[in-house]
Design a protein around this ligand. Structure first.
Ligand code: AMP
Length: 270
């Protein structure tokens, strides 16, 4: 069945109140251009909750680069089709003015974990991300919300947000979905040429520890192969990396210690 689509936050809130869904709602916030990674989050929510809400909103406040925002793939028809096939019940597609009545004069800041890795490379990114996630969780009022380990630092910050502000939502960590070559699915992958894609496969191969290269040699090898390095770091048995190939930015992370393989117990890297 076609999911019920809401473009107005007020309409969604009125519907939520009327139907009294909050005790059984699972929520998957996204920026659209859905792929099998997003689909795995949706499938898990459909499995674990009576109803599932998907949100699609390309959040400008978390982009530090204007052309990245401009070029972000927009595929609404296909996204709705994936949601329908995954048995999603509701889709919220809000507008900027509806979500930011304050025009982003109010924002959420974390002052510790948000200052390393992605936070250091992309100033203000996590302020925008945490602000939109808080807004969406307050609007959706889900019992559970699903986030991917692909964006591990984001996931940890959202877990911290829920704890810091006593949110009534359990944040569920979902494993990274990769293609047959071990390359993490991402909406930005479609911008890689086929040659760049072949080249990019070296990134997860080195980061995952398959080649036994060390934290010191990995950046050297990647630089030598045409990658621009943002960071390669290890925290609590997990290796994190962000690189650029041409103008496409890739991020990934791997658990490199068997002792912390569980998806749901997330170590704080600090
Ligand atoms: P995005 O639309 O990129 O903001 O992503 C929405 C959610 O999907 C976030 O929680 C991401 O971590 C998650 N996600 C994106 N790519 C993947 C993937 N390859 N595997 C698992 N989750 C993913």
């Amino acid at each position: 069945m076609l999911p019920k689509i809401f473009t107005s936050i007020k309409d969604w809130q009125a519907f939520l109140k009327k139907e009294n869904l909050t005790h059984s709602l699972g929520f998957v916030p996204t920026m659209g251009n859905l792929h099998a990674g997003h689909q795995s989050l949706l499938e898990r929510s459909v499995q674990e909750n009576d109803h599932t809400l998907l949100s699609i909103f390309i959040n400008p406040t978390q982009f530090d680069n204007h052309s990245d925002l401009e070029n972000y793939p927009r595929t609404l028809e296909e996204d709705i089709d994936i949601a329908r096939k995954t048995n999603v019940d509701f889709i919220l597609i809000p507008t900027f003015s509806d979500l930011y009545p304050d025009n982003y004069t109010y924002k959420v800041q974390e002052t510790h974990l948000s200052h390393i890795m992605e936070g250091k490379s992309r100033p203000n990114h996590f302020d925008g991300m945490l602000t939109i996630v808080l807004k969406l969780l307050l609007i959706a009022k889900p019992i559970r919300a699903y986030f991917g380990e692909k964006d591990f630092q984001q996931l940890q910050l959202v877990q911290g947000l829920a704890k810091a502000f006593f949110l009534d939502t359990e944040i569920i960590a979902c494993p990274t979905i990769r293609d047959e070559n071990g390359f993490a699915l991402s909406s930005r992958n479609s911008r890689l040429s086929s040659e760049q894609y072949r080249q990019a496969l070296l990134f997860p191969k080195l980061l995952s520890g398959q080649t036994q290269d060390s934290l010191k040699t990995i950046p050297e090898i990647l630089s030598g192969c045409g990658f621009q390095i943002d960071y390669i770091e290890e925290h609590c048995g997990r290796r994190f990396g962000a690189v650029k190939l041409g103008n496409v930015r890739l991020i990934d992370n791997f658990c490199i210690q068997n002792s912390i393989q569980s998806s749901n117990s997330i170590p704080n890297p600090l």
